[in-house]
Design a protein around this ligand. Structure first.
Ligand code: PMV
Length: 310
């Protein structure tokens, strides 16, 4: 390959958590799948291992990205590559934009180092970046992005990699994703929940346990091709997230709107809070997408699972 003219390309998919956000932080399983949208990174051979960042980013954002990149680059032996990126994902809305970025950069670093970008290696480097962005993430975001498949993910105590079970669906899984209002950073929402959990640990522990059970049931429903059962699990999960204090009127309104438009199930996805992303599971989301777009609602549809050709 001509290193100067043919860039190394790496794609990192955005993700949605179908079932189990937050409780996954406490070691319970979560069901998550990749979006068909994400971040693409490109690398060209260079004397140094470096990032080229868009001028539109603030100094703080640039410093954060550089620090995260340097951590992954060090693990990969600092290959000579200059890396750029383009993102199709909205930032900080619960769709795993930082994980997608970490995965895209990691793939390019591995390729530039002459190594295979297999999911396990990609996830190892991406975790290093995610730790810079989020502190102590459960790992569900970057693992889903690196695997590019629907997975049931469980964080393992004192280990950097979680347990991954690929969940095969006999039917296409189509979601409508809506972006609602503005959102607080994940770190803040996760931190506030941790304070409530520490204060009322038995009660919150029971809710986390139940969400984990619902996620496992949801994975079985997917494998059985029972989308109605998956939708019901999503609705129950939304009620439990609300009980944990993670929902809000704008998110709830959108959840009910999507159910009214024919969703088999609807819930917030990601950290939640004052705003963020809401997903609806649809047999055919396009009519609902058209209706919402007409009303000026920010939304799109995506099929979950399946690799994307670059
Ligand atoms: O940052 P988000 O909105 O994609 O949320 C990540 C999912 C959480 O379970 C809330 C946090 C985590 O580390 O798993």
């Amino acid at each position: 390959m001509d290193r100067q003219t043919t860039p190394w390309v790496g794609f990192g998919a955005g993700k949605v958590i179908l079932l189990g956000e937050h409780s996954v932080v406490y070691g319970h399983p979560a069901l998550a799948g990749p979006l068909s949208y994400g971040v693409t990174a490109r690398g060209v051979a260079s004397k140094r291992c470096q990032l080229a960042l868009p001028g539109t980013l603030s100094r703080t954002q640039k410093a954060l990205l550089n620090n995260a990149f340097r951590r992954a680059a060090r693990l990969c032996g600092e290959p000579g590559v200059k890396v750029t990126m383009e993102s199709e994902l909205p930032l900080s809305m619960g769709l795993g934009s930082s994980a997608a970025l970490s995965v895209a950069y990691s793939r390019v670093l591995l390729k530039a180092a002459g190594r295979k970008d297999v999911p396990r290696e990609v996830a190892r480097l991406a975790l290093e970046m995610e730790q810079e962005f989020h502190g102590t993430p459960s790992g569900v975001d970057h693992t889903t992005s690196a695997e590019q498949q629907l997975i049931l993910y469980k964080r393992l105590p004192n280990q950097s990699a979680g347990r991954v079970r690929v969940v095969k669906s006999s039917r296409p899984l189509k979601v409508l994703v809506v972006l609602v209002g503005e959102r607080s950073p994940t770190k803040k929402t996760v931190g506030a929940l941790r304070e409530r959990q520490a204060r009322w640990s038995a009660r919150y522990g029971r809710l986390f346990e139940e969400i984990g059970a619902v996620a496992t049931e949801g994975a079985k429903a997917v494998e059985a091709g029972d989308l109605e059962a998956l939708g019901d699990a999503m609705n129950v999960n939304q009620g439990l997230l609300s009980a944990l204090g993670l929902s809000s009127p704008p998110l709830e309104d959108m959840v009910y709107r999507l159910r009214g438009l024919g969703a088999l199930g609807a819930k917030l996805t990601g950290a939640g809070g004052d705003g963020g992303a809401v997903i609806g599971l649809f047999l055919e989301p396009e009519p609902a997408v058209a209706k919402l777009l007409e009303l000026g609602v920010r939304c799109f549809s995506s099929q979950l699972a399946g690799p994307r050709a670059l």
